[in-house]
Structure formats: C-alpha cells, structure tokens
Design a protein. Structure first.
Length: 120
C-alpha cells in the first residue's frame, strides 16, 4: 500500500506565518477565513520551492480544486462520471486555479514594485 508523505511540515513556521499574513489570513481566491492551507504555486515535483514567492494561502475547498479535486457544492453542474469527463474536469480545474494563483501572487509583488518569479 502506497502511503502519502505529509510535506506541509517542511515549510518553516516563519514562512507559513509570513504567507498567511501577506494574504490577510484569508483564502487568496474566495476570501474564506476557515480551513486555511498553504499551496505551492509551482509544485515541488516541478521544481517549486518553499519561499513565499511560490506559496499562497487557500481554503481547503480552493486547495482541493487547485489540485483538480471536484468539490460538488461549488459547481452548478453534475460531477463528472466517465473517465474522460473526470480527466477533463481535473485538467480544467488545475489550469484555472493555477492561473488564478499566479495572477494573485504576481499582482501582490507588482504592486510593491518587485519582480515575481516562483523559482527564486
């Protein structure tokens, strides 16, 4: 049986607190203040790191959808049933949330006159 590693503990508490503070202790996408989690914009497996430039605060729902997990109550349409529908929904959600996360963090740094690049 394959077990998942909990990698969230590897983000230093100081970094985690700085990201929460930067994002106003609310989800950067929907403004929810409950169930907050830290999300890597560029996943570690793709070369992303644990610096604030690559991290964003998301609620558990937005975090699930950023990873392509369907949260039925957030959508007016029925959840996907076939493998093709599931994969298409998964890719659509991942792409949409990735773009939203990139825009949020890049806008934050642009307002401060700083260049944003998640691989710093």
């Amino acid at each position: 049986m394959k077990t998942k590693r909990n990698l969230s503990a590897s983000i230093p508490n100081e970094t985690r607190k700085a990201v929460y503070a930067r994002d106003g202790y609310r989800c950067a996408l929907c403004d929810d203040t409950h169930g907050l989690q830290i999300h890597h914009i560029v996943h570690r497996s793709c070369g992303g790191n644990d610096t604030p430039c690559n991290l964003i605060t998301l609620c558990w729902r937005c975090h699930a959808e950023a990873h392509g997990t369907w949260v039925a109550e957030r959508h007016a349409v029925r959840p996907p049933h076939t493998a093709e529908e599931r994969y298409a929904a998964y890719r659509m959600l991942q792409d949409e949330y990735e773009q939203l996360c990139v825009e949020y963090v890049s806008d934050y740094y642009a307002e401060r006159g700083e260049e944003w690049w998640p691989y710093k």
